[in-house]
Write a protein that binds this ligand. Sequence first.
Ligand code: ATP
Ligand code: MG
Length: 350
Amino acid sequence: MNTYKIAVIPGDGIGLEVVPAAIDVLNKIAEIDGSFRFEWTYFPWGCDYYLEHGVMMPEDGIETLKKYDQIFLGAVGMPELVPDHISLWGLLIKIRREMKQSINVRPAKLLAGLESPLKNPQNFDITVVRENSEGEYSDSGGRIHSGSDEIAIQNAVFTRKGTERAMRYAFELAKNSKGHVTSATKSNGLTYSMPFWDEVFETVKVDYPEIKTVSNHIDALAAYMVMKPQELDVIVASNLFGDILTDLGGAIMGSIGIAPAANLNIEREYPSMFEPVHGSAPDIAGKGIANPIGQIWTGKMMLDFLGNHEAGSRLLNAIEKTLASGIKTGDIGGTSTLSEVKEAIIKNLI
Ligand code: ATP
Ligand code: MG
């Protein structure tokens, strides 16, 4: 029997509610599967910890986390008491960077029983692979001159290694998906970074002759996601483009409370971190009404990354069955509580 040692950081707000719910579901699926078990270790890091200790996590926090197989995170943020840049950089971004989680994966799919703002998004089922560590989000640049002559310069930094890593990961995913990779580019406007991006894409795709490929400019691709989402499968995108496309994907799914995400260290040198797309949602925290599906689906991504695909599919089926039966939280038009949704998913696992 495999034992997975997972570091759990529920964080703040609804993270404290959805994480324990997801853990109940994951424990149940381990019990049903019988080939693995979880060993969860809780770390009470986040904004409350900051208010008490002046830091979001202890000095040796990263070293501590390195002892675990994976990290399961809820959400961090308490904007009324702790500025966002402190909560973000003091924990989330720190972990992503120090653990070299350079790939961000966000699937978006219209689940049974959900309503999309799109009229007819049949077969909407995509995965965005976003380069998570470089590109447009660099700290290279500056400001020169002043007054009406002032100029701000922001450099984008694309390494061949980082670009290729994201692309190869996208191709590997497409092998087990619909066999199609779309590259998000903008080489008609960005004259150095994106032609380079395209060049790397051309080189990498040679190794995957069985995968169909297309390169779309990001503006056109955003429109395709709305107009003909059924034609898309895996999308590989830079940090900025991926950021935008994944929010759009989340919106098409119907609620941010559903959307899962993973920050992967694909070399498996350090743990990866699984955290839903949504934040700590202080407006609904503590009321027992948050949608736990984003966190639970994030748990499915962790199962997949650990190689337990059968358990992962079973979990997604149970989520869909629950939604189709009308058991939903308020954000997706239902009246059920968080624990009612959790209980229904557990029941539907069997
Ligand atoms: P962050 O800065 O961490 O991304 P945010 O403040 O931008 O956070 P969220 O905390 O995700 O965004 O909240 C945005 C809105 O979505 C809020 O109105 C919140 O109540 C709602 N929301 C977020 N997650 C959920 C959820 N799991 N269930 C129901 N509603 C949610
Ligand atoms: Mg925010």
